[in-house]
Write a protein that binds this ligand. Structure first.
Ligand SMILES: [Fe+2]
Ligand SMILES: [Fe+2]
Length: 212
């Protein structure tokens, strides 16, 4: 991603925050991300979706657009006509909060490094990559909840959506009590399933991986 694209994405991110989030603490959270973290320059992953500078911010915007589309086109009409298991609609503010900040746990954790592989002629060549160096290893969704909550108070359904956004990816190694909590969280609010779905669709259908 070019420096111009990174700047455009940062501006789009800030403008989404100001347009959709009116809660106390949003400015402090944005200031923290801009001045104390690499959130706007970091990749989205070490070697998968948007593994390039600026990937994390772009991914967060992609999840927001996907979540909003899924909700307004599919779920909200069913809540309003009474055929959804959920009776209460979800606010656009909650959608923006969970989507834009679900992966703040990744800020300050991917360190640029030199990687090596053999070229077509069997000669070793180096290429730029990332390695994980997490100074606050508190869990994935768990850490995002804590970091956001330092600045911006989160509603219960937002905490649940962010905490469980890795969904089934975390379940194979989970204890049965954890699996029960995950199921119960999805019955609490449509936001919990919607964030998982939007994250999966954005990561796998909208975002490329750079191959070296
Ligand atoms: Fe995530
Ligand atoms: Fe994500």
């Amino acid at each position: 991603m070019s420096p111009e694209e990174i700047t455009r994405n940062r501006e789009a991110f800030e403008s989404c925050c100001h347009q959709y989030i009116q809660r106390n603490g949003i400015d402090a959270l944005l200031e923290y991300l801009k001045t104390k973290t690499d959130f706007f320059e970091a990749p989205s992953s070490t070697s998968f979706h948007l593994n390039e500078p600026g990937g994390l911010c772009r991914h967060s915007l992609n999840v927001f657009e996907t979540l909003l589309t899924l909700y307004t086109s599919l779920v909200e009409p069913r809540i309003e006509d009474g055929t959804s298991p959920f009776a209460d609609t979800v606010s656009t503010e909650s959608i923006a909060v969970v989507a834009l900040f679900h992966d703040v746990c990744k800020a300050n954790t991917y360190r640029p490094t030199e990687r090596w592989k053999k070229d077509a002629n069997g000669r070793w060549m180096s290429y730029p990559g990332y390695e994980v160096n997490d100074s606050f290893p508190f869990g994935h969704g768990e850490k995002s909840c804590v970091v956001i909550h330092w600045f911006l108070p989160l509603r219960q359904e937002e905490l649940l959506a962010i905490r469980w956004h890795m969904g089934m990816f975390e379940m194979p190694d989970a204890a049965s009590s954890t699996r029960r909590s995950y199921r119960a969280a999805m019955e609490h609010s449509p936001l919990v399933s919607l964030l998982q779905a939007a994250d999966l669709v954005a990561s796998n259908c909208l975002e490329r991986t750079t191959k070296y």
